[in-house]
Write a protein that binds this ligand. Structure first.
Ligand SMILES: Nc1ncnc2c1ncn2[C@@H]1O[C@H](COP(=O)(O)OP(=O)(O)O)[C@@H](O)[C@H]1O
Ligand SMILES: [Mg+2]
Length: 469
């Protein structure tokens, strides 16, 4: 097999952080090489060193293959059209002018290759995040590079889009392209990987073959045995701490009634668009509603009043953490203290940061952290505030397996202390595994409720049902 790129002993520091520590990596023609590791393990840094964006402090990179990279942070220009973005920096030219006819001709062809049905004239800012990702992929494909590196491309893709991408990757592999693929989804790894390099704390701790077990991958990643993926420790439920009664907002959700007791985790499952996030936001007071009541510990909340909700003991970890949960330019420590304001309990702050295994110093700006570590900061912020009821909306999206288990343990700790948790999650095994009861929503209504330990089929049967008006 032909080796396209050989990296040896790659070491990279960012100030006091050793992001990479003597990493070796081979990229072979006709192979999908997966990079696996917890958030902050050094995967993106390795990609950026290979791409020449960061210079390494030590180590060598050999090989002549041309490289195309799809970075974790999208690199499109929102104000430009889809076609212009596809040919960014390399617009087809004729007699020195941008050849718009050529661009118009080739754009649909490229979009079709990734199965994207959008108008090439549409502005990128008007597209969804998954569509933007597919445009980046189309653009990278057009470079016909010998090596294609994809840094967590599937984190924002739907199942169908992921299938399509894996097909494209398999096709490229067959054509002799060397692929490097970063993902946290172990099922994707089992479907496509030829080789798996596992990074932990900036070091390569193992290279596995295509038939590696998930157990083996996880244990290498986190550096300790994991006995249970969903370690829910059930409590005897106490008094109701969160009562959502008949909550209705026309056009969004209708007659939602959910009660969560002290010591309980209640899950909300449902398809995208079922209204789960809308209910969570309305209950917390971010958005308004038309009828119904929300009570915390028996006390009704004023609608559309987040401050009152927080004061009453309610917390929300939002789905869109960058937009709503964090001040990116502030440090980890400052973010952790956002809710508790002024309560400068340094010991607890470090304690929480340690428990969540946040990779990054308390003094570091949050924007320098990887996505999963940013999520841990949002959760840590609410744990420090110690609310009676915490609503978690997709708390582990983009979070690595090790950190997921830490987050589950923290949920268990909250409920063991008599708090209540409402868990909104699209991850079916998670919402089933970590909830004591699961409320299933469909089309803005409660379609039914299932006990913990229900099957995925039972949840899906309720989630897809048509509700007669
Ligand atoms: N530009 C940067 N400045 C400072 N620290 C960084 C920067 N990029 C990454 N790091 C740090 O390097 C480590 C590895 O990060 P990264 O490569 O993004 O991890 P991964 O992609 O595996 O989640 C982390 O501790 C992260 O905080
Ligand atoms: Mg990364």
């Amino acid at each position: 097999m032909k080796t396209l790129i050989t990296a040896r002993g790659i070491t990279k520091h960012f100030g006091a952080t050793k992001a990479l520590d003597g990493v070796d990596l081979d990229i072979n023609a006709g192979e999908v090489h997966v990079l696996l590791g917890e958030n902050g393990a050094g995967k993106s840094t390795l990609v950026k060193v290979l791409a020449g964006i960061h210079g390494q402090d030590a180590g060598t990179i050999e090989g002549h293959a041309s490289l195309a990279v799809i970075h974790q942070e999208l690199a499109l220009v929102p104000e430009l059209s889809v076609a212009e973005n596809l040919f960014l920096n390399r617009l087809p030219r004729r007699f020195g002018f941008v050849d718009r006819a050529e661009m118009r001709r080739r754009a649909p062809e490229l979009l079709q290759r990734v199965g994207l049905d959008v108008d090439p004239h549409a502005k990128v800012k008007d597209l969804g995040i998954a569509q933007q990702q597919m445009i980046e992929i189309a653009r990278a494909l057009d470079k016909n590079a010998g090596v294609l590196i994809l840094d967590e491309p599937t984190a924002v893709l739907t199942e169908t889009e992921t299938d399509r991408l894996l097909q494209i990757m398999a096709q490229l592999r067959q054509n002799g392209v060397g692929l490097v693929f970063i993902t946290h989804h172990l099922d994707e790894i089992q479907r496509i990987a030829d080789r798996i390099t596992i990074l932990r704390d900036g070091r390569s701790v193992g290279v596995l073959g295509p038939r590696a077990t998930t157990q083996h991958m996880i244990e290498l990643m986190v550096g300790r045995p994991i006995d249970e993926q969903y370690p829910r420790a059930q409590q005897r439920p106490g008094q109701p701490l969160l009562s959502i009664e008949g909550l209705t907002r026309r056009g969004a959700f209708e007659d939602i009634t959910i009660e969560v007791h002290a010591g309980e985790v209640v899950g909300i499952a449902g398809l995208v668009g079922a209204g789960r996030t809308e209910v969570a936001r309305a209950a917390f007071g971010v958005d308004g509603y038309d009828h119904g009541t929300v009570k915390v510990d028996g006390k009704p909340l004023r609608r559309n009043d987040v401050q009152a909700a927080i004061k009453a003991g309610l917390g929300l970890v939002p789905e869109d953490r960058k937009g709503q949960g964090l001040v990116l330019t502030a440090t980890v420590g400052q973010n952790l203290e956002l809710v508790t304001l002024g309560d400068r309990d340094q010991k607890r702050l470090h304690d929480i940061a340690g428990k969540l295994r946040i990779k990054g110093r308390v003094e570091q700006p949050v924007k320098e952290l990887s996505g999963g570590n940013q999520q841990k900061v949002v959760i840590g912020k609410w744990l420090l505030a110690d609310p009676k009821v915490l609503i978690l909306d997709e708390p582990t999206r983009g979070v690595d397996v090790g950190a997921k288990v830490e987050i589950y343990e923290l949920i268990n700790r909250m409920t063991a202390q008599g708090r209540a948790v409402l868990l909104v999650s699209s991850d079916l095994p998670e919402v089933i595994g970590m909830s004591d009861r699961v409320v299933v929503m469909a089309h803005g209504r409660v379609a039914g409720e299932l006990p913990g330990g229900a099957t995925q089929d039972q949840v899906m049967a309720l989630a897809v049902q048509e509700i007669s008006a």
